[in-house]
Each structure stands twice: as C-alpha cells, then as structure tokens.
Design a protein around this ligand. Structure first.
Ligand code: NAD
Length: 368
C-alpha cells in the first residue's frame, strides 16, 4: 500500500502567489523526477476566497487543511486584504488557521550561506559558521492573552491593553519541542525571556528549566534576557544552536535574524502542531516575509524563502528528507552561479526576477 502524502497550497495575497508559483514548479518537478508519493492541490484563501465564497477561509479550505499532511502558504495582508470587512477578518484568517490547527511551535532556521555574505548587513567574520534555529511559541503570549482591547476610562482617559499570558503546559510543550530539536543538532538550547522585570518571564524561565532538569539532562540550557539576545544576534550569532522564545520576542528577533541571511526573502519557516492519534502533526510551511505590497505584481520578489519552506515540508511532513537535502543543495548551487533577485543583489551579481530564480533552482536540480 502506498502512503500518499497530501500538500494543500494557499497562495494568499501580494507576492504570495508569485513566490508560491515557483515553489509549486519545483514540487511538481521533484514529484515527477524522484517518483515521490505526494499529491498537491491549491485551495482558496484570502481576498480571492472572500470575493468568490464570502469567506477568507472557506469551510471547504478548512476541511482540506485538516486532512493535509503539509500546508504550503504564501503570504497574506496588504491593501486589498485590509479593505475586507473587519467581521470577515475576525471570522477566519491565517491566525485562525494557526489556532484551529493548534500550530504552537514555529521554527525559523537561520543560516549564513557563504554565497550571500555580501548581501548581509553584517561583516563576513560575524557570519562565519552561523547555523541556528529559532523556536518561537506561536499559540499564546501577548498576541492572544485576555483581557485585550482599547477602552475609555470613567474619567475620559483612553487606554490600550494586551495581556502577556502563558500557562505551564503551553511553555512546557514548546520547550520540549526545542529540546527534542536540539538533540538532532548541537544539543544546546538558549531560552529567551525578560525575567528581570516580568513575572510571566520569570515563570517562563522556571518552567523551561524544570523541563530540562526532568527530561533533557543531555541538552545544555542557558537563559538570556531578550534585550541582550537582540544585541548578541548581531554581535556573535554563531554562538546559538536552538533559540527558544515566546510569541512576541520570537516575532521581533527573527526579523532581526533575517539580516544574517541577507534578506527577509530568504527565510523559510514551519509551524507545527501536536501529534495526533495517528502520530501525524498538522504543519504549515511559509516564508517568513509578508505580502510585500511595495513590490507585488512586479515579478521581482525573491522566491527562495518559499522554496526553502517547501524543503522543510519535505523533511518534516512528507517523508522525503533526501529530496529536501537535494533541494537545499540546489538552492546553494543556484546562488553559486551568482543569480540574484534585487533584495540579495551584490556587485557583479546577475539580477534576475522571481521566475528566473525559480528556473535557476530547477536547472541546479536537473544537473546531476
Ligand atoms: P513584508 O515582509 O511584506 O515586507 C518587508 C520588506 O521586505 C518590504 O520592503 C518588502 O519589499 C521586502 N520583502 C519581503 N519579502 C520579500 C521577498 N520575498 N523578496 C524581496 N523583498 C521582500 O512586511 P511588511 O511590509 O511589514 O508587511 C506587508 C503586509 O504583509 C502587511 O499587511 C502584513 O500584515 C503582512 N504580513 C504577513 C505575513 C504572513 O503572511 N505570514 C508576515 C508578515 C507580514
């Protein structure tokens, strides 16, 4: 019996469809040439879905996502999306998908490829040997805590409120994820918090330490205050192996870390849910960047974040780790030919558009 895996693709808005088209071409090539038992289908999401089906996430799409082995997502947001009724956005969007599938662990691998050192804002000697993964908690913290809102007090003063809230089980499950991941790498976890001024930060530190003591004595754990971590990421990023953060700190630190790779357009990510009864985990793979309305529709977006997200899906959800290795190698080989989208352009590079960058990766795949 063949165990065919299913990928559901949501292109989204802005540059989402442009970068996803390249990832799709590559997926189709890999399936055909490596004989992978994977079927892929696209489903409606976003402004297009709202226009056609009256919902940002139509019921049919949500059903497809529930049954998928992997979801490949482009990007969401931008002026058309912002013009949708607030009610429609509340009823269902990317955040709702993450919540519905309980995607609690967000992985963002950060590697400084030598071919892209020139594109980074950091010096080459700082980038030497950088290879770490940010594990960001994605289902709790400041972005979800209640109470939240903007209110007017009896004396007429207005105030805005968000609540940084984590339960022990939310912290423990993402900490376990980070420790398990560290076991497959350098066995070092650095946990980030603001324990010196936030009670919830001190609690985060206590719980992460408790998990390490009880279950992961073979993994080294250190703690770092978030302000120091922001500084260390640009001072000496090679010191990190697995960086464990809450939801908001991870959001901010990973955009800063993107500059190590040369561009936000290079960064892939995976968002993983709990193991289901059959052992499978819901998982959504997407480039870290957004819909980039400033360059959408011009065919100049870098598709490598989306393509590397596909490589993560092949490795984590689609039982095709060799195809993932081969694809990552093809991306390195394509960059070695000096093709560059505008965001990673350097002196002497050959400027290409989104489609040509996808073709360069395909050409590298085709070269034995
Ligand atoms: P952004 O990531 O879309 O863009 C930031 C900058 O990086 C822009 O100058 C853009 O041109 C550039 N950039 C991003 N991706 C690139 C690529 N692949 N190639 C070349 N350059 C690239 O962030 P933003 O401008 O803050 O947000 C735009 C919209 O995207 C907003 O509506 C925001 O809510 C949304 N957003 C969505 C996601 C997501 O879909 N998961 C993530 C972040 C932001």
């Amino acid at each position: 019996m063949t165990n065919t895996k299913t990928v559901v693709i949501l292109a989204g808005e802005g540059i989402g469809p442009e970068v996803i088209a390249e990832a799709r071409r590559i997926l189709d090539w890999l399936v055909a040439h490596l004989d992978l038992p994977i079927t892929a289908r696209e489903a409606l999401y976003g402004t297009e879905a709202f226009r056609r089906a009256g919902k940002i996430v139509p019921d049919e799409t949500m059903a497809a996502l529930e049954g998928a082995d992997a979801i490949l997502f482009g990007a969401t947001g931008g002026p058309d999306y912002d013009a949708l009724p607030a009610e429609a956005r509340r009823a269902g969007n990317l955040l709702r998908i993450r919540r519905h599938l309980d995607l609690y662990a967000n992985l963002r691998p950060i590697q400084a490829l030598p071919a892209l050192h020139a594109a980074s804002s950091l010096k080459s000697r700082v980038l030497e040997g950088v290879d770490f993964v940010i594990v960001r908690e994605l289902s709790g913290g400041l972005y979800f805590g209640e109470p939240r809102g903007i209110e007017t007090l009896p004396d007429g003063e207005r105030r805005g409120v968000n609540t940084h809230l984590y339960t022990a089980s939310q912290i423990r499950r993402v900490a376990r994820f980070a420790f398990e991941l560290a076991r497959t790498r350098g066995r070092r976890v650095c946990s980030v918090d603001k324990a010196n001024v936030m009670e919830a930060g001190a609690f985060w530190r206590e719980e992460v330490s408790a998990v390490q003591r009880a279950e992961f004595a073979d993994v080294a754990l250190t703690h770092m205050l978030v302000d120091n971590c922001a500084m260390q990421l640009v001072r000496a990023p090679a010191q990190f192996d697995v960086l464990l953060t809450d939801n908001m700190f991870g959001d901010i630190l990973s955009d800063a870390a993107a500059m190590i790779t040369g561009s936000l357009g290079m960064l892939p990510s995976a968002s993983i849910g709990p193991a289901r009864a059959d052992g499978r985990r819901a998982a959504l793979y997407e480039p870290v960047h957004g819909s980039a309305p400033d360059i959408a529709g011009r065919g100049i977006a870098n598709p490598l974040g989306a393509i590397l997200s596909l490589a993560m899906a092949l490795r984590w959800s689609l039982d095709a780790p060799q195809a993932a290795d081969r694809l990552e190698e093809a991306v390195r080989a394509a960059l070695a030919t000096d093709v560059r989208t505008r965001d990673i352009m350097h002196e002497g590079g050959r400027l290409v558009g989104t489609g040509e960058m996808g073709s360069a990766v395909l050409a590298a795949l085709e070269t034995p």
